[in-house]
Design a protein around this ligand. Structure first.
Ligand code: ZN
Length: 462
């Protein structure tokens, strides 16, 4: 017999959820009882999935008593119903988002007070992401595939180790003209289907390379070729932040990259990766999060909100404020009318701009808003980002601009996943690769312990 829990909970689901693009999103609500339920359900689900990711599914469960059987059955029912009613995220109403920003703004009134808050938030985010301390840097040991030459750019399959045994897999797009130093740009792909293999993603990376940048497109944890650990677990948040930081190390290790001109841009979940990296790593000179930054939405995946990076007993913030942590380094918010970024010009921008104002750099934060567009990273949104990076990372905008001023993305070869993959049957992932999440986290902890030890040696020596 099968029970359709979707049919059991239709009124609850219909009342509180709506479809935005390809995602089921919660409706805006100030119903505290419901929000409390959501938080409890989310905690329950996180506990279960973290347990499974760390220890695996139990091979056998022996049940000797009726009460134990009933308890297990109830847990099973709650887990399935939770999947239906849980809003996939911490999501608050527009009004609550505004109230939150107003409350944060009361905690500072000048540059030094803001800088103190910013420092505290950055430390709290790293602590919440289980990255305090950051691991001691380990050798990247990059693996480079052969370079394929196309019209104005080249593509190479690349992997490196962010911690010993964990491979970040991706593609390096470079300009054909390789004299002098080039800006370096990271392109996380977000939760869109096909990730870094997606045609729109390849077009963005190739066009930026044609403009003179060295561009690295890399897999989210558990997506594409990143199969050493799964995506739907809070550890994905930890590793994605670390992988992005190590991707900057990787770019800066290339002789052709100018470490003073590092940029990052991605949409949706890739937007989350973008503003978190810009907030936490000062080496990011300019950033462009696309269709993601909002005061009332914390991100719908565990890789965005699965760990206490927004709130803890010591701190309280939201994505709009985290995006402001990159000030005064140039920031472009790309927003649209069909998702949670629909209020950006009126809510998030004024807040973020007020922080840039402390540095007398109001013009360094911009908003490209497309009220009639959807949750994507399409041609017009890419055009806004090309212009932004051309200005702030000194790229050659004319190289991709036609006589009538339009952006030319033609003549880019869309490669198949098979061609773009680093590891193949004939070139497999090295044998020392970590086998699963537990092994990856063990490697991370080892490098964090090493950092602690080296830190204490430095302290005692000083
Ligand atoms: Zn995710």
């Amino acid at each position: 017999m099968s029970i359709d829990f979707k049919r059991l909970t239709p009124s609850l689901c219909g009342k509180y959820s709506q479809r935005v693009g390809s995602s089921i999103m919660p409706r805006e609500t100030d119903d505290f009882a419901y929000k409390g339920l959501c938080i409890l359900v989310k905690m329950f689900k996180n506990c279960i999935s973290d347990f499974v990711s760390l220890f695996g599914y139990p091979k056998m469960v022996r049940i000797n008593s009726l009460p134990a059987f009933i308890a297990l059955f109830l847990i099973f029912v709650v887990a399935i119903v939770a999947e239906e009613v849980e809003p996939h995220s911490l999501h608050v109403s527009k009004a609550q988002g505004q109230r939150d920003l107003a409350a944060y703004a009361k905690t500072y009134s000048n540059l030094s007070q803001w800088q103190a808050r910013a420092k505290h938030l950055k430390q709290s985010i790293l602590r919440g992401a289980n990255l305090d301390p950051l691991p001691a840097p380990s050798p990247l040991r990059p693996i480079f595939g052969p370079q394929r030459e196309y019209h104005g750019y080249t593509v190479q399959n690349v992997a490196f180790e962010s911690v010993p045994g964990f491979f970040v897999t991706g593609n390096l797009y470079m300009p054909r003209e390789k004299t002098g130093k080039h800006a370096g740009i990271l392109c996380p792909h977000g939760h869109f289907a096909d990730g870094r293999f997606r045609a729109a993603h390849q077009i963005r990376c190739a066009t930026l390379a044609r403009m003179g940048a060295v561009v690295f497109a890399y897999d989210m944890v558990g997506r594409g070729e990143s199969t050493q650990m799964g995506h739907q677990q809070s550890a994905a948040l930890t590793m994605q932040i670390l992988n992005s930081m190590r991707a900057i190390d990787f770019l800066c290790s290339l002789p052709s990259v100018d470490a003073e001109r590092i940029g990052v841009t991605g949409a949706s979940g890739g937007g989350t990766q973008t503003f978190l990296l810009a907030a936490l790593d000062e080496r990011v000179a300019a950033s462009a999060p696309v269709v993601m930054v909002a005061a009332n939405y914390y991100g719908g995946c565990k890789c965005e909100s699965g760990l206490p990076i927004h709130k803890s007993p010591e701190h309280n913030t939201n994505n709009a404020e985290i995006a402001a942590l990159c000030a005064p380094r140039p920031l472009l918010l790309v927003s649209c009318g069909a998702d949670w970024t629909q209020h950006t010009p009126n809510i998030e921008m004024p807040y973020i701009r007020s922080i840039f104002k402390f540095y007398n750099e109001e013009q360094a934060v911009e908003n490209a808003h497309f009220p009639k567009q959807h949750h994507d990273y399409n041609h017009t949104k890419r055009a806004a980002v090309y212009a932004f990076f051309a200005e702030h990372l000194k790229l050659d905008h004319a190289a991709v601009t036609t006589a009538d001023g339009a952006i030319d993305e033609s003549d880019i070869l869309i490669e198949t996943p098979e061609v773009l993959k680093v590891f193949t049957d004939t070139n497999p992932r090295p044998a020392h690769a970590a086998a699963d999440t537990r092994a990856v986290l063990r490697s991370l902890k080892k490098m964090q312990d090493r950092n602690r030890k080296e830190g204490s040696v430095k302290k005692s020596a000083s």
